[in-house]
Write a protein that binds this ligand. Sequence first.
Ligand code: PEP
Length: 256
Amino acid sequence: MYCDLAIIMARKFFVGGNWKMNGSVAQVKELVELLNKIDVPANTEVVVAPPALYVDRVNQAVKKEIQVAAQNTYIKASGAYTGEISPQMLKDLGVNWVVLGHSERREYFKESDEFVGQKVRFALDAGVSVIACIGEKLEEREANVTNDVVARQMKAIANEINDWTNVVVAYEPVWAIGTGKVATPEQAQEVHGFLRQWLAENVSQEAAEKTRILYGGSVNGGNCKTLASKPDIDGFLVGGASLKPEFVDIVLSGQQ
Ligand code: PEP
């Protein structure tokens, strides 16, 4: 009985690939070929996020076990917002995911916590599921305010939405993104545990139990298994390694 319940409650392992502003027609073709060869485990959800220009191409060519995300969307459906794309446009193409609040958008494009929260709400209202990124900078970790920072980022989202069913949280310490400096499994688990507790106290026990919390920051084929063994790490958001053959090992790391 308890065993059945555990199976029902289990969170499906999730691996996201963030291609950032990388790729070309030729490289996208190669990556799709790589993805289409993966025997995606039944307990794993895979979502890749190509640059916006390639989203439709990838979505049409990739096998159905792999889903596609945009790396950003705006808070309007259409109109005079040059350079932006809307979640409604993603839906039009049959694309059901978007990455929002990535630290590169927060840093280089000055996206505030509040704006990220609004984007999350707008995408969810349009029927697009969200990979919502949060994480502290190095100076914030060194000042021992990691939990305050991620709680503030979560609160800005919780101010906008009540239902977390279609949200996956990606905890990505900024100091670990693209640096080769991965958080130790213990460091990551500590923050993931805090985030789950935060969801229990500020949203609901159900949201805490069901929401997938991914780790992101220099995940690769070598470190993914130990990270995946931690109880509150439900998968990964992968940048650099999502452009390499080792992405296959990361996708398979949820089977242990
Ligand atoms: C990311 O871009 O979300 C990321 C985690 O990058 P990397 O894996 O390269 O650190």
